[in-house]
Design a protein around this ligand. Structure first.
Ligand code: 13P
Ligand code: SF4
Length: 369
């Protein structure tokens, strides 16, 4: 089947028949649709996806691995992306025009990505250029819109993920004296600290005020400008959770994602990207105990896949990424059966001019990894 030969439809609501379908029927029809689409289809799934969805993924990964796979995938006409909007945009930028990337539910966004708006960034950049001249290179976490990636590409910068943020910062400081890091202030701060940059040399740009937070006087020592964005899921982990775990059972090792705030990362025993967390549990000795500060679907899956190790969520409350969880079996079946009917629904398509510059930023990162 060819992407051009089939009809493309505007955004539509999930038909009621899919909402009412029994779980067994959904599961068996998704397998059937996947089989019928054969090599025309590839399904990608982020580690934070629910179990009942990730089981269908041909490729499971963190955002870096999925971007690498998208950049290499040339066979499938349809890439159905079980993740969030910015990941599907990245896949669209890295695949060819002949391939269609589909996000089963268009409401699956990322609140952190929404915290960096392109107009706010243009405004911030004017001030930053006024204050620091041409000494600043912009870096954006991939959790950002294609427009932000394009800005960064246009200004000599690049993207990063939580897996390669240190390498990316290293590259940046080889190019320029200072870095603007967006949209996650916590990943930016935690990575810069690992890099030996003291907190006093970091300032925070607050896009809501259009100004730096808590800055008075001389800016010349500044090395990193952090965009004031965050992940609401990872913000729920606190130093108190760590203290409570340690009081209950000191054998627990505390492992957190660097999207958690600085105090939590400092108080933990270890921190690292989604990929790092998975690898730490894979190589953990039998009988060891871990409390993990990241998205609950991943933590529960790790617990299930490694019964010889005790794996728990660091917080008592469910830290689930609600937008990731919007991708469910009814939406997945809907987009697959639509493809079988010759209709591409919920396609993610980045405008050509934006995609070109965003690809520059992504390619610089992929060349570094
Ligand atoms: P990774 O870069 O580790 O895949 O994480 C993406 C994400 O959204 C974490 O909240
Ligand atoms: Fe965005 Fe946080 Fe969800 Fe990751 S976990 S997709 S950063 S809201």
């Amino acid at each position: 089947m060819n992407a051009f030969a089939i009809e493309q439809e505007e955004k539509k609501q999930l038909p009621a028949r899919y909402q009412k379908m029994a779980p067994e029927e959904l599961t068996s029809r998704i397998w059937q649709a996947k089989k019928a689409l054969g090599n025309d289809l590839v399904i990608m799934g982020h580690h934070y996806q629910r179990d009942d969805v990730i089981q269908f993924a041909d490729h499971r990964g963190d955002s870096l691995k999925l971007a690498q796979i998208a950049a290499a995938e040339r066979e499938a006409t349809y890439v159905v992306f079980c993740g969030v909007h910015f990941m599907a945009e990245t896949a669209d930028i890295l695949t060819t025009d002949e391939q269609a990337v589909v996000l089963p539910d268009l409401q699956a966004g990322c609140s952190m990505a929404d915290m960096a708006d392109i107009d706010d960034l243009e405004e911030a950049w004017e001030v930053i250029e006024r204050d620091f001249g041409e000494t600043v290179i912009p870096v954006t976490y991939v959790n950002s819109t294609a427009a932000i990636k394009a800005f960064v590409g246009r200004h000599g910068g690049l993207t990063c993920t939580s897996s390669n943020a240190e390498n990316v910062l290293q590259w940046c400081f080889e190019q320029k004296e200072r870095v603007l890091f967006l949209p996650d202030q916590h990943l930016g701060r935690n990575t810069a600290v690992k890099f030996g940059i003291p907190l006093e040399q970091m300032i925070v740009w607050n896009p809501l005020r259009g100004a730096y937070d808590d800055v008075s006087g001389d800016l010349t020592a500044t090395k990193v400008i952090l965009w004031k964005g965050h992940c609401s899921v990872h913000q729920t982990f606190t130093v108190d959770h760590i203290r409570q775990y340690r009081e209950r059972d000191p054998e627990f090792r505390i492992l957190v994602h660097p999207e958690c705030c600085y105090d939590v990362v400092q108080a933990a025993d270890d921190d690292g990207s989604t990929d790092y967390i998975i690898k730490q549990i894979q190589r953990a000795p039998a009988g060891s105990k871990w409390a993990i500060g990241t998205e609950v679907n991943l933590v529960q899956r790790l617990a299930h896949e490694h019964p010889d190790v005790t794996v728990r969520l660091l917080s008592q409350t469910m830290c689930s990424c609600l937008t990731m969880n919007r991708i469910d079996q009814p939406h997945l079946l809907w987009v697959l059966e639509s493809l079988l009917d010759g209709k591409v629904i919920n396609r993610i398509q980045v405008a050509d001019d934006v995609a070109r510059e965003a690809k520059t930023a992504l390619d610089r990162m992929l060349a570094l990894v």
